[in-house]
Design a protein around this ligand. Structure first.
Ligand SMILES: [Zn+2]
Length: 386
């Protein structure tokens, strides 16, 4: 029987690996791989281009598609400038709470699933169970973006994904996406008295923003009738605008940072196509009529897919059965779930710990929450062995 002690032993090992997104996660994945190998799992590591980060996929049970994937990110946010009461990378227990960086977001869930692997290995699993642990979730879901196509190409592509982000074990079946862009406008400097000779980068940035605001208004009319999000439509925010120096000089440079939070992928495509055609067909020709070297360059800072609430969602139904929950929620924070949904998996977010504690000093997860997660995972084993 897998008990809380085994789980917190694993958690202590994981917390001791300072897997801040800027650093390597290979040591932690090595510890996990050893534990999974020890119970007979098949383990694959998929390295990133730099070779210092990896995604890990471990599998128990039959070698075929249709299994369930327990997924979590291995990285944590930094601890600098946070007033911790004790070493953030040493697990500390006090009053039923386990303190340490990542305990709630989301090494607690990873520890529960690794501890449970030992139990799964004793069962006659009819469907495979996969353990998928990614890198760089906190800086734009980079690991999951690399892992999704790998999973899709594997011969044993899982059908269901449970992403154990801290939801206090509530079932989350949807969240908006988050897409961030930086747009640089290069015009031509000139004297304010001769506007025809320069290309005013700030003015073109303003026209770009105005188009975005028109699209934002249009998005409100596109809200799906059944949307449970608050607000129910895709939002757009202009986060930063810079450019220019003094009143009598035509500015040659401007920058706009903006984000959108799509309620469905269609909206993301709609906004991107609309702003791109306005840029290519209207703004750039106007700029280049005066100065052929003028330009508008867009950098994608991050595009994290949303988790679209679906009428049919086998992962949600399974977790509801395992936890006995009688309702589901939507949340405002993003996860890797949408990326897995995009390759055809059904996905749900449910894990121990509260998002309130995530990223904070003295981050913790309670023993009660870990017990609830273990109970869910134990029932999952019974279900998969049936
Ligand atoms: Zn997280």
């Amino acid at each position: 029987m897998t008990d809380l002690k085994t789980t917190t032993d694993v958690l202590a090992e994981l917390v001791a690996c300072p897997t801040v997104s800027s650093d390597s996660n290979l040591h932690m994945l090595g510890l996990i791989a050893n534990r999974l190998h020890a119970v007979g799992a098949r383990v694959e590591l998929y390295h990133d281009a730099g070779g210092t980060k990896a995604n890990l996929v471990g599998t128990l049970g039959p070698d075929r598609p249709g299994g369930i994937m327990l997924s979590g990110h291995s990285d944590v946010v930094p601890v600098e400038d946070q007033p911790w009461s004790s070493d953030p990378f040493t697990l500390r227990e006090e009053g039923g709470r386990f303190y340490g960086r990542g305990t709630c977001d989301m090494k607690g869930f990873i520890a529960c699933s690794i501890a449970m692997a030992e139990h799964y290995a004793t069962l006659d699993l009819k469907r495979p169970v996969h353990f998928a642990f990614t890198h760089d979730e906190e800086i734009g879901c980079l690991g999951a973006q690399a892992l999704a196509p790998i999973l899709a190409a594997r011969s044993d592509t899982p059908a269901l994904a449970v992403i154990g982000e801290p939801t206090s074990m509530r079932i989350i079946e949807g969240h908006k996406g988050c897409c961030e862009y930086q747009v640089t406008f290069t015009g031509r400097e000139g004297h304010g008295s001769e506007p025809d000779k320069g290309v005013n980068a700030v003015e073109f940035a303003t026209r770009y923003i105005t188009r975005l605001l028109d699209l934002r208004a249009e998005l409100q009319t596109r809200a799906p009738a059944t949307s449970r999000f608050d607000p129910p439509w895709t939002t757009v925010n202009i986060g930063r605008l810079t450019g220019g120096h003094v009143p009598n000089v035509i500015p040659g440079h401007a920058e706009v940072d903006w984000e959108m939070r799509p309620v469905r992928d269609e909206d993301r495509v709609f906004v991107k196509e609309a702003i791109e055609s306005y840029t290519q067909d209207v703004l750039l020709p106007a700029m280049r009529r005066v100065w052929p070297a003028a330009g508008i360059e867009t950098t994608v800072l991050g595009e994290v897919a949303g988790l679209e609430p679906m009428e049919e969602n086998a992962a949600r139904d399974l977790v509801a059965e395992l936890t006995g929950a009688n309702g589901t929620d939507l949340v405002s924070f993003g996860t890797e779930a949408g990326l897995f949904q995009q390759i055809g998996m059904s996905a749900v977010v449910c894990g121990p710990g509260s998002i309130e504690q995530a990223h904070k000093p003295d981050e913790y997860v309670t023993g009660d929450q870990l017990e609830m997660c273990l109970a869910m995972l134990r029932r999952l084993g019974t279900r998969l062995a049936r």
